[in-house]
Design a protein around this ligand. Structure first.
Ligand code: GTP
Ligand code: SPV
Ligand code: MN
Length: 600
């Protein structure tokens, strides 16, 4: 079937396990994409949009029980439970394989089994890696076409014995003969997203949505890749990558980790409000970084498309995303307009008078429920983005000058804070906390620690991952990026965001750029380096002095209250926590105590 013996054996093994009616080796061609969309349209799950409004684009409605990543059914199957750590669900690899083998037995009856060879990263890049997804979902095939590089070039790169990560996926709903099945097949009662970091395999059963099913994304590019990166001395991160150019034409690359639905896509495509500055996009969700010979960390975006949050995306917040969505898109769980286009909350200020909502029901502005699901998503090729950087597919990657960490914090955490060292930056990353969003199933708004925005995505013990970060910082001759802790989501007493965010975030990027160039001022505070009032450009912003003070306040009491919380958070990881982080915590606590005494 292919020139690759191990791949052929795996395909044969899975064919006899899953018993599909047919097997199709995917070539990534436009014809194949149209074949998938035609089949999804025929079964009623996809609907072509009005070609005059949105050419070659489709609306897909998923099953209401299958709308987001399901962290409670995501497993790290390492030999030892300790290696999964307290923040992951662990399962014994042999028991999980046995259970899943039972579920996968005959699960593709009546369906076609698609074999999807894909590259994470530009084919041939030394930072890229290859996977092969086997799936019974045409929606997955079409989405993988957009989100990854699929097809012959990948098989050629793989040759006869190249390495690949086997990614097995089924929606878990075999068909009886003559039955056409559910429009959006899934099996939420038997959901498993299982990772085997030692053998670098993924088995996913029962969901057809997003990160549960497009296995190149979170499963491979983060959970499996983080374990590969630990073993091989590189970093696999939940980060956007942007190129920032100043009015003199100097440019720098910045990566940023924010939890799901906390602003990565928006920052990556930002349109600066400050004159002369520009931002171009390299990636919006995942970043793989390896050291170059010059000691710098070089980053690639392993993805080829955006699987972005639709609600909140509009011409006023993210015009680049809106223009990216002009055509050739898949929209999942958004609302449908009467003229055959799409709509979601935040696309326009006023909602259309009538819509069909994401569940297929009539909707008017008086309805009690949102028209689009809060985790409705667009799938679109990155190449279509008007702000895409020319070098986004450079095989060698782009050198990273600064790394941002952030989350949704209504209080305590200031707008921006520069770490004084890599170790302090790692400490900041480890204590990031954020209010939960709709990107994952479960309660929204609750504050939880989400270290480096990797809580749901780290393929091994989180504390060992922190140690890996510390180790990276000790690499000989490394020219390390500076690290920043940012927070766009500070709220005032009325519960309103204090910082306007979006394009105005360029002001913070400007300060970071100038710090990297050794030109901007900062004040040393107990929590790190904050911009002086003069160093941060507030020109033309409608912010009161009070608001600015809130954004840049070093909240000594607030931080002191965090110390015991961080301590008990660390304690659940036991002796795996790097001593360097306890040391950072201790020193932070001492500096805060001293400051509290001075203030008193
Ligand atoms: P994932 O794709 O789930 O990883 O999300 P993401 O991190 O890419 O988040 P995205 O950029 O899609 O933003 C998610 C939500 O946050 C959207 O509703 C945005 O409108 C909102 N948002 C993004 N940036 C800002 C900001 O600077 N300020 C405020 N207040 N909201 C923002
Ligand atoms: C996220 O949740 O961080 C996403 C969406 O980017 S998903 O691909 O479903 O993981
Ligand atoms: Mn994401």
């Amino acid at each position: 079937m292919t020139p690759h013996q191990r791949l052929n054996r795996w395909i044969e093994e899975i064919t006899s396990l899953c018993e599909p009616d047919a097997v199709q080796l995917c070539d990534g061609s436009p014809e194949e994409y149209q074949q998938m969309m035609a089949s999804l349209t025929a079964t009623g799950v996809a609907k072509p949009l009005n070609p005059e409004k949105r050419p070659n684009s489709f609306l897909v409605r998923s099953d209401p029980a299958d709308v987001a990543r399901v962290e409670s059914r995501t497993f790290i199957c390492s030999d030892n439970e300790q290696d999964a750590g307290p923040t992951n669900h662990w399962a014994d690899p042999n028991e999980m394989k046995a259970k899943l083998t039972g579920l996968f037995k005959g699960c593709m009856r009546g369906r076609t089994m698609y074999v999807i060879p894909f590259s994470m990263g530009p084919v041939g890049s030394p930072i890229a890696h290859i996977g092969v997804e086997i799936s019974d979902s045409p929606y997955v095939v079409a989405s993988m076409h957009i989100m990854t590089r699929v097809g012959r070039a990948v098989l050629e790169e793989l040759g006869t014995d190249g390495d690949f990560v086997p990614c097995l996926h089924s929606v878990g709903q075999p068909l009886q003969s003559g039955d056409t099945g559910a429009a959006w097949p899934c099996n939420p009662d038997n959901l498993y997203i299982a990772h085997f970091p030692a053998s670098r395999e993924i088995w996913s059963f029962g969901s057809g949505y997003g990160g549960n099913a497009l296995l190149g994304k979170k499963c491979f590019a983060l959970r499996i890749a983080s374990a590969m990166a630990r073993d091989e001395g590189w970093l696999a991160e939940h980060m956007l990558i942007l190129k920032l150019t100043n009015p003199d034409g100097e440019y720098r690359y910045i990566a940023g980790a924010f939890p799901s639905a906390c602003g990565k896509t928006n920052l990556a495509m930002l349109v600066p409000t400050i004159p002369g500055w520009s931002v171009e996009t390299v990636g919006d969700d995942i970043c793989w970084m390896k050291f170059g010979d010059d000691g710098q960390l070089y980053a690639i975006n392993p993805e080829a498309g955006f699987f972005g949050v639709a609600p909140g995306t509009g011409m006023d917040t993210n015009p680049n995303a809106m223009q990216t969505l002009d055509g050739n898109c898949i929209f999942t769980n958004v609302a449908e307009t009467d003229d055959g286009d799409v709509w979601w909350e935040g696309m326009t200020d006023t909602a259309p008078a009538h819509l069909i909502d994401w569940r297929g029901n009539d909707w008017t502005p008086d309805s009690d429920t949102p028209a689009a699901h809060p985790n409705a998503r667009f799938t679109v090729s990155a190449a279509q983005c008007p702000a895409i950087a020319d070098e986004w597919e450079d095989l060698k990657g782009v050198p990273i000058s600064a790394i941002l960490f952030g989350g949704r914090r209504a209080s305590v955490v200031p707008l921006v804070n520069e770490a004084t060292s890599w170790e302090q930056g790692t400490f900041f990353g480890s204590i990031v906390a954020s209010e939960k969003t709709a990107a994952a199933a479960g309660a929204i708004g609750e504050l939880r620690r989400d270290p480096m925005a990797m809580l749901p995505f780290c393929g091994y013990n989180m504390a060992d991952y922190w140690q890996h970060w510390i180790n990276i910082g000790q690499t000989a001759n490394a020219k390390l990026p500076k690290i920043y802790y940012v927070n766009w989501f500070r709220k005032d007493l009325e519960g309103q965001f204090v910082w306007p965010g979006f394009g105005e975030n360029a002001r913070v990027l400007e300060w970071i750029f100038e710090r990297c160039a050794g030109r901007a001022d900062a004040v040393e505070t107990p929590i790190g380096h904050l911009p002086t009032l003069d160093a941060l450009n507030f020109d033309g912003l409608d912010l009161t002095e009070d608001a600015i003070a809130t954004l840049l306040r070093v909240d000594i009491q607030g931080w002191l209250a965090e110390i015991p919380l961080i301590e008990s958070y660390y304690q659940q990881f036991g002796t795996n926590v790097p001593p360097a982080l306890f040391d950072q915590l201790q020193r932070l606590s001492e500096r805060l105590e001293a400051a509290a005494v001075n203030v008193a």
